[in-house]
Design a protein around this ligand. Structure first.
Ligand SMILES: Nc1ncnc2c1ncn2[C@@H]1O[C@H](COP(=O)(O)OP(=O)(O)OP(=O)(O)O)[C@@H](O)[C@H]1O
Length: 340
């Protein structure tokens, strides 16, 4: 299929990025022509061609790579645990400072000053009531065109993320697993992953793998997520159960790698075995150099993927940060124990 244009009858999560398919509700089915050579990242699912049409969350104001001294909001309720964190000599992977963002169409402000610092090798969990802004925060990080950043800064590996297109963010090492991964009928999982993998290799100036070499690489990753090889021949996410889609997302992460993996509710819809498999896979991908930012509603995920810090988001801000005891408190007493 090399050289042939693929007609992706259902764009992958491009459906969540391409503005021509506007934001309400995010369509699951769009028609888009895409060349294999242009599939740069299956994580952001933005092609070079598609990305050119994206409205980005780029901000006109130049943002200096300013330091963010605390991982928490300046709110008095911030947890002392973070303030006491010894950051000496540590390299921040992600620094978010006073981030504000609105929905492009309605101009409604959703993020109202988010502060967060993630260091290399850390796992951060973001929790919070429905509608508090968790998914919006993660989508703004990857450059979702539904949102416009109106203030603050995001620095990733010392670079101003807000000056980067979604696909550049992906190349820089951001991966996002969406709550509802979409289908791409007509494109096998194997081909899709191979194209995305090679596109990234090309960009990094590294040798590409031919289909046979790539298959060997992929099989080892399948084991990591406990997926059968049958899934490779099936079209991307087509007919996959909710749990299979989540595993497939983690397979993409395993294949492509990322310095910061943003996992939005990877635990939703998973049975206990699948949850353990996915958690094991995520843990297996962790190194002292890469980090995870995961959004979850439940303590059970945190039993398997132990977070360095847990942040509670409320009304578009992080109002509290703490350790695992925060999640346990939530599980026991609900958000009233935190937000009062
Ligand atoms: N594109 C959009 N169009 C309209 N409203 C939006 C859009 N994106 C976010 N919102 C609104 O912003 C608020 C925050 O949504 P978001 O999905 O970030 O919350 P959340 O904390 O992830 O919620 P949940 O836990 O239910 O997944 C919600 O009220 C939501 O309806």
């Amino acid at each position: 299929m090399a050289g042939a244009n693929l007609q992706l009858r259902h764009a992958y999560s491009i459906a969540q990025f391409v503005p021509t398919v506007s934001s309400t509700p995010p369509p699951q089915r769009v028609r888009i022509g895409i060349s294999p050579s242009r599939v740069l990242f299956c994580n952001l699912r933005a092609t070079s061609a598609a990305a050119a049409t994206l409205r980005t969350t780029r901000r006109s104001v130049t943002v200096a790579a300013s330091s963010v001294s605390s991982a928490v909001d300046s709110s008095p309720s911030s947890d002392s645990l973070v303030e006491e964190r010894d950051d000496t000599g540590r390299i921040p992977l992600l620094e978010v400072k006073d981030l504000r963002a609105v929905i492009v169409e309605s101009r409604q402000e959703i993020l109202k000053g988010v502060n967060l610092v993630v260091y290399e090798g850390e796992i951060h969990a973001v929790m919070g009531k429905n509608g508090s802004g968790k998914s919006t925060f993660s989508k703004v990080l990857v450059g979702h065109p539904d949102y416009e950043v109106t203030g603050g800064s995001i620095v990733f590996k010392g670079q101003n993320l807000l000056d980067m297109e979604p696909e550049e963010r992906s190349l820089a090492g951001l991966f996002m697993s969406f709550q509802s991964p979409v289908e791409i009928p007509g494109v096998s999982n194997m081909d899709f992953l191979n194209m995305a993998f090679n596109a990234r290799k090309r960009k990094l100036g590294q040798p590409e793998l031919d289909p046979i070499q790539f298959y060997s690489h992929l099989v080892s990753k399948l084991e990591v997520v406990n997926m059968k090889t049958d899934f490779l021949n099936r079209n991307v996410n087509e007919g996959f159960s909710g749990g299979e889609r989540k595993r497939n997302e983690i397979l993409q992460l395993a294949v492509l790698g990322a310095e910061l993996a943003i996992l939005d509710e990877i635990d939703s819809g998973l049975d206990v075995d699948a949850l353990q498999d996915v958690a094991k896979a995520v843990n297996g991908l962790l190194t002292p150099k890469n980090s995870v930012l995961m959004i979850t509603h439940y303590q059970r995920l945190l039993d398997y993927i132990k977070p360095t810090l847990i942040h509670i988001m409320e009304n578009g801000r992080i109002i509290k940060t703490g350790d695992n005891s925060l999640a346990k408190l939530l599980e026991k007493e609900g958000y009233k124990a935190i937000s009062g």
